[in-house]
Ligand binder design. Structure first.
Ligand SMILES: N[C@@H](CCC(=O)N[C@@H](CS)C(=O)NCC(=O)O)C(=O)O
Length: 195
């Protein structure tokens, strides 16, 4: 399996943490997605992460890749059946936080005169609501075992810190403490963006 990814993609990071922790043989290739015309043949959306299987088929987006990897590894404990829909909904919320922070950054990078302050505010407010919701659901994700919602939470929160602000750690100290502890899993250290 070949995983097309980038050094700072929070969506790609979820997948990268997961395959490392599952011990799956994935060949990860870092690309510049904005110039990756070749990717269109695998993923017409030209987005990362995209997983290319050994038979040439492609799997995307990050949620579908995650479900595929869990299935290949036969690790039902990473997505326990009795909590399946709550966990997947929680993951979708974390993805929405990542998306809001990513889109906010793209908006801030637009030339003066083309940026929309109201769009930036809307995206910041969405991300903030998501982080508050994460804090309110902390009792649901607390724990140490490998699970999709925990991986998504750390990737979302660290992406907020990376691209927006670290203020959430002061606002939600228990969430920050959990994030720091769970973030010590080796897969996170190996994928933490630093630029
Ligand atoms: N819903 C997708 C989102 C993927 C996504 O937005 N990836 C970004 C990088 S973080 C990307 O490829 N951006 C390039 C573009 O959209 O042109 C997923 O979960 O995989």
């Amino acid at each position: 399996m070949k995983l097309y990814n980038g050094p700072t993609s929070p969506f790609g990071r979820k997948v990268s943490v997961l395959y490392r922790e599952l011990g799956l043989p994935v060949n990860e290739v870092a690309i510049d997605v904005y110039s990756a015309e070749f990717l269109d043949a695998l993923n017409p959306l030209r987005q990362i992460p995209t997983l290319e299987l050994d038979d040439g088929r492609a799997i995307y987006d990050s949620m579908v890749i995650s479900l595929y990897l869990v299935s290949v590894a036969g690790r039902g404990d990473v997505l326990p059946e009795e909590q399946r829909w709550d966990i997947l909904t929680f993951c979708a919320m974390c993805d929405g936080v990542m998306e809001a922070v990513l889109q906010r950054r793209m908006e801030t990078l637009r030339p003066q005169g083309e940026k929309s302050p109201s769009v930036i505010t809307k995206l910041e407010t969405r991300a903030s609501r998501g982080v508050s919701n994460l804090a309110a659901q902390l009792h649901r994700i607390e724990g140490n075992g490998l699970r999709l919602d925990r991986i998504a939470a750390v990737c979302a929160l660290e992406y907020v810190s990376f691209r927006l602000s670290d203020d959430w750690r002061t606002l939600h100290p228990s969430l920050a403490a959990w994030c720091e502890a769970y973030g010590r899993i080796p897969g996170f250290a190996a994928t933490r963006p630093n630029s």
